[in-house]
Write a protein that binds this ligand. Sequence first.
Ligand SMILES: *Cc1c(COP(=O)(O)O)cnc(C)c1O
Length: 485
Amino acid sequence: MSNETLEPRDWDAFRAQAHRAVDALVDHIGSPREQAGWRPVPPTVAARLRAPFSAKGVGLEAALEDAIYDVLAYPTGNAHPRFWGWVIGSGAPAAIVGDLIAAGLNANNFGSEQSAAHVELAVIDWAKDLLGYPAEATGLLVSGGSMANLAGLTVARNERGGPGVREEGLSGHTARLMVYASQETHSSVRKALELLGLGERSLSLVPVLADKTIDMGALRTAIVRDRELGRRPIALVGNAGTVNTGAVDPLAALADLAAAEKLWFHVDGAIGVPALLTARGRELLKGIERADSVALDLHKWLYMPYECGMVLVRHGGAQRRAFGVPAPYLAPGGGGTADGPFAFNDHGVQLSRGFKALKVWLALRAHGTQPFAAAIDANLDQAQRLAARIGASPELELLAPVALNVVVWRYRAPALAPDALDALNRRILTEMQTRGIAVPSGTLVDGCYALRAAITNHRSTDADFDAVVEATVALGRELTRAAAA
Ligand SMILES: *Cc1c(COP(=O)(O)O)cnc(C)c1O
């Protein structure tokens, strides 16, 4: 029989192990150029990581050793200055300390009276202010943009789907409820509508213009046609930064149309909202303050460690009308622990909730907002500069205009058929990643395979972007030569 218990027998030894973990972490993030590039997990390491657990453990010291060597060594890669794949933030060190404390504190921020409640409200108030939302607006920290879109669209369905949606569900409806968004809209919007029982066909994907923003004329036509067909339009979704190319839909025009058509206006700002800290961002995102709900991500362009997203709803009460379910075992009253300042559980899906807000609060309190604005401004400059360098190279082609922080491009090979050109660019991307040069990701733009950099990285420098331009050209030449030989 093991006499091991869950509680440390020797707190000094535990403290030493915890310090060791912090030291290893700081080594890991403190020298990102040397430490944290992406590389695949070798099969032997994967086998060790997946080994079944035994009844008798190896002890904290040995387990920590395994974590330091096998886990820290094969990360996502996003601490590295040349990581721009998907849309993945780089992680501000001050915020990491907040997550450490939150884990140790083990708060459950469901709505009772405790420090975490006030800290989360401070973060929500900051975001409301950033958006230009009124005091009555409500919000909630969630896991990310996908959950924030689901939450915002749940409120949209309940507020505009007709009376009785909560009581009857969609079974009480005959008319198909319709939601409109551009073809460039993130897959999480479709997922949300499917989860809400509206079905994929309730999402009308509207064509885009050459700059990848929604075609307002086509949108108006789609709404008129759907009404003629007896369908019931309920909401518009605007993009504040599309996932593919970073396009920003004309948010003020969408707000006007939503008001005229009595539709809910939801903005997917998973990428773009933090840009409101900059003058350029405020100009680009004008009209977002009129959205009925907004989804944003703090783990992308606010550089917060995973996970951290937020939903905000402009109208006081609407979020609670969608999510609040009374339960006697959760009722406040009496001035005890249950009497918290805000019923977080009645504003979203989760009852038990962690303390995501602390990392945001700690980083914003430590740094102030200015360094965040400066990092975002730098990323905006880097995107423009990268696009200009691509545009200036006869061997490269920029595949979409750059409004925000996403750049898509490819190597040109005029002699190649479209399929072969796609395959070549796919190879360029793979080689770039596996040789440890840089980590952009891939996508399709107008049906063409593209390399794609989404710049949400506070560690990148101009030289890093020069390197990716040079690597695209060098790999393009090398792989074309290899194919011809
Ligand atoms: C990433 C992203 C999402 C989903 O956010 P998660 O945080 O990954 O859940 C939604 N919309 C856009 C535009 C995104 O870039």
